[in-house]
Write a protein that binds this ligand. Structure first.
Ligand code: GLU
Length: 292
């Protein structure tokens, strides 16, 4: 058990775009054990703002997994779809501060160019029926990831002004995640390394909103036999609730932790928390193995 008197509030924030798979379990287990080993809290948030990408039944699967793996969230589970008004208030606030602008560029107009050139920045377009972008500056955003080490990015050169609300009205993940992390008092973000390059955007947006700086730990990704990360697109297997204990054992093994006796999940988690050591997590962006 890590001993610390400082506050720790962690979270697991899956998107219901497909059923949870072994990669999701690794994130859930690591975020849970790290929070509990610091005598912290662990919250669950369902990130369902991107309605067209929601996969039917996956939300229920997430909730069933939380139960079957006997994770104990420290607060009621929240759903981002219930918080849309809040995100709009924050958008309004950013607009009043002159930090955003409306953008009419379509995907087609942007083509394969991944760095937004700021085409609409000074056009003074109507905020109602357009996308909303956050203005970024030519400055380095740096942070030290607990596992991946020092990171830095210049959003102006690497990305350009980025979208907070899409033309179709959908609130972008970046906005929802930053607002909710701040509102829920999150202090530590433990998630997959596929989100590492979103972090500079989120730190910058957090700064615009005067949110406290968070600690980040990006976990290496479990790869399938073809060397691809587990995902719905790559046909990752949905977690089977009947195999919770063995899956838990495999997840802890993938995280490099000391072995835990096979038992009911709650007991296994208690043991895993007691012996949790994040230094043992394999370093790097991927975990070699053949996960499904
Ligand atoms: N909802 C995101 C996902 O499922 C994770 C967000 C986060 O942990 O910041 O990929």
């Amino acid at each position: 058990m890590v001993n610390t008197s400082s506050t720790y509030v962690g979270r697991f924030a899956p998107s219901p775009t497909g059923p949870l798979h072994f990669g999701s379990l690794i994130t859930a287990v690591a975020s849970y054990c790290d929070a509990k080993a610091h005598a912290g809290q662990w919250l669950v948030r369902i990130e369902d703002t991107d309605i067209p990408r929601i996969f039917p039944g996956s939300e229920q699967h997430i909730l069933s997994c939380i139960d079957a793996f006997e994770f104990e969230p420290d607060a009621e589970i929240i759903f981002q779809r219930d918080r849309l008004d809040l995100y709009h208030v924050v958008l309004e606030q950013l607009q009043q501060q002159g930090l955003t602008y409306a953008c009419q560029c379509t995907r087609k107009m942007l083509g394969s160019n991944h760095i937004y050139a700021g085409t609409c920045r000074n056009l003074g377009l109507d905020f109602e029926n357009n996308a909303i972008r956050l203005i970024v500056h030519d400055q380095l955003i740096s942070f030290v990831d607990i596992l991946q080490g020092p990171q830095s990015s210049n959003l102006y050169n690497d990305l350009g002004d980025f979208v907070l609300k899409r033309r179709d009205g959908i609130i972008n993940y970046q906005l929802a995640v930053v607002v909710d992390d701040a509102m829920q008092g999150i202090t530590h973000v433990v998630r997959g390394a596929d989100l590492l390059d979103n972090t500079a955007r989120q730190i910058y947006l957090g700064q615009c909103l005067k949110s406290p700086q968070l600690h980040y730990m990006h976990l290496p990704l479990a790869m399938n036999a073809q060397g691809q990360k587990l995902s719905k697109q790559n046909l990752a297997q949905a977690l089977d609730l009947k195999h919770a204990s063995t899956d838990l054992q495999h997840a802890l093994q993938a995280l490099g932790q000391a072995p835990v006796e096979l038992d009911r999940p709650a007991r296994m988690l208690t043991q895993a928390i007691a012996q949790w050591d994040h230094h043992l997590i394999p370093h790097g962006l991927t975990i070699t193995g053949t996960y499904k």
